[in-house]
Write a protein that binds this ligand. Structure first.
Ligand code: PPE
Length: 310
C-alpha cells in the first residue's frame, strides 16, 4: 500500500510508522472492531468526501450493534478527518476509520479493554482495476454462504465478519476470477465480498434487500436514488442465483470498487457493460466529483485554511 505521513490515533496525529498497537489488543484476537471505507475526491472546490456523515453514522451504529461505545462523536471524527487530509496534503484518498477493543483485558467479556479509534487516509486506486471498471469483471458464485443474522450481524461493518468475505474472495481469486458473489443462507443472491450487487433485466434494476444478509451500502443507496431519478424502476427483492446468469446487465457497487460492471458470472457471459450500467456509472462518477448539481449535498468539502496571514 501507499503510505501517507500521518494517522489520527485516539485524538492525536501520529507518524504513519508509529501508529502501532500491542499484540494483546483484543481486536487482534477476536475481531472486535468496526470500520468504514470512505473516499475523498478532487473537485472544483478542493478535496470533497463522499457522504461522510452517513459513513460515520454507520460506524457508530456498527459499534452499538456490538455493544461498543465510541469515545468520539461523529462531529469530532469528521473534523479530525478533515485535518488529517490537510496534514497529509492529499487531493483524493481512501479513508479508513477503525474502532476496536484495545489492550487491557482478555476473554470474551472484556468490558475494561479500551475502545481505540484511528483514522487512516491513503491513495487507493481502482479496487477491481481500471480495466474492470471499463470493461467489466468475471465473478464466481462462492461455495461459502454469506453470514446470516442468525449468528452475526450483516448490517454491521465489523472486522471479524470479514473472514467470511476473505474465504469467498480467496476461493474466487484462486479459481482465476476477479470477484466472488455470495448467496445468503436461503440461497438467494446476497452481495460481493466487498460490494453490493445489482442486476438489470428488461430495463428494471433489482438488488437484494435487507433480509438478504447485505451490508446496507452507501453506494448502493446512492445508486438506487440515481436510478430512480433517471426514471429506471428499482426493486429490492430476493434474487435467485440463475437471475445473475439471465440478466441483461450485472454490476457491483461499493466505496472502494465504486461501480464495476460484471461481464461474466460462473462462466456465463453477461456481455459488455450495458447501457443502463454505463449511464448510472457516469452519473455516479459525476456525483463523486461534484459535477452533478442535484447531488452536491452528498459531498463534504475539506476546507483549506485561509492563505491570508496577518
Ligand atoms: N458489502 C460489503 C461486504 C462491503 O464490505 C462493502 C464495502 C459494501 C457492501 C458496499 O458498501 P458501501 O461502501 O457503503 O457502498 N466494502 C468496503 C471495504 C473494502 C475492503 O476491501 O476493505 C469499501 O468498499 O470500502
Amino acid at each position: 500500500m501507499e503510505k501517507s505521513e500521518w494517522i489520527w490515533m485516539n485524538g492525536e496525529y501520529v507518524p504513519w510508522d508509529n501508529a502501532n498497537v500491542h499484540v494483546l489488543s483484543h481486536g487482534l484476537h477476536y475481531g472486535t472492531g468496526v470500520f468504514e471505507g470512505i473516499r475523498a475526491y478532487e473537485t472544483d472546490r478542493g478535496t470533497a468526501i463522499f457522504r461522510h456523515r452517513e459513513h460515520l453514522e454507520r460506524l457508530v451504529r456498527s459499534a452499538q450493534l456490538y455493544y461498543m461505545e465510541l469515545p468520539y462523536s461523529v462531529d469530532g471524527m469528521r473534523e479530525a478527518t478533515h485535518e488529517l487530509i490537510r496534514r497529509n496534503g492529499l487531493k483524493s484518498c481512501y479513508i479508513r476509520p477503525l474502532a476496536f477493543r484495545g489492550y487491557g483485558e482478555m476473554g470474551l467479556f472484556a468490558q475494561s479493554a479500551p475502545i481505540d479509534v484511528i483514522v487512516a487516509v491513503w491513495p487507493w486506486g481502482a479496487y477491481l482495476g481500471e480495466e474492470g471498471k471499463r470493461s467489466g469483471i468475471r465473478c464466481k458464485v462462492s461455495s461459502w454462504r454469506g453470514i446470516s443474522g442468525d449468528s452475526l450481524i450483516p448490517h454491521a461493518k465489523a472486522s471479524g465478519q470479514y473472514l467470511n468475505s476473505i474465504l469467498a474472495k480467496t476461493e474466487s481469486a484462486n479459481a482465476g476470477y476477479d470477484e466472488a458473489i455470495l448467496l445468503d443462507v436461503q440461497g438467494n443472491v446476497s452481495e460481493g465480498s466487498g460490494e453490493n450487487v445489482f442486476i438489470v433485466r428488461d430495463g428494471v434494476l433489482s438488488t437484494p434487500g435487507h433480509t438478504n444478509s447485505i451490508l446496507d451500502g452507501i453506494t448502493r443507496r446512492s445508486v438506487i436514488q440515481i436510478a430512480g431519478d433517471l426514471g429506471y424502476p428499482v426493486e429490492e427483492r430476493d434474487i435467485a442465483r440463475a437471475e445473475l446468469f439471465l440478466a441483461d446487465e450485472v454490476f457491483l457497487t461499493g466505496t472502494a470498487a465504486e461501480l464495476v460492471p460484471v461481464r461474466e458470472v460462473d462462466d456465463h457471459p453477461i456481455g459488455e457493460p450495458g447501457e443502463i450500467t454505463r449511464v448510472i456509472q457516469a452519473k455516479l462518477e459525476d456525483a463523486l466529483h461534484r459535477r452533478a448539481p442535484e447531488y452536491l449535498e452528498w459531498l463534504d468539502v475539506v476546507e483549506q485554511p485561509s492563505k491570508v496571514t496577518s
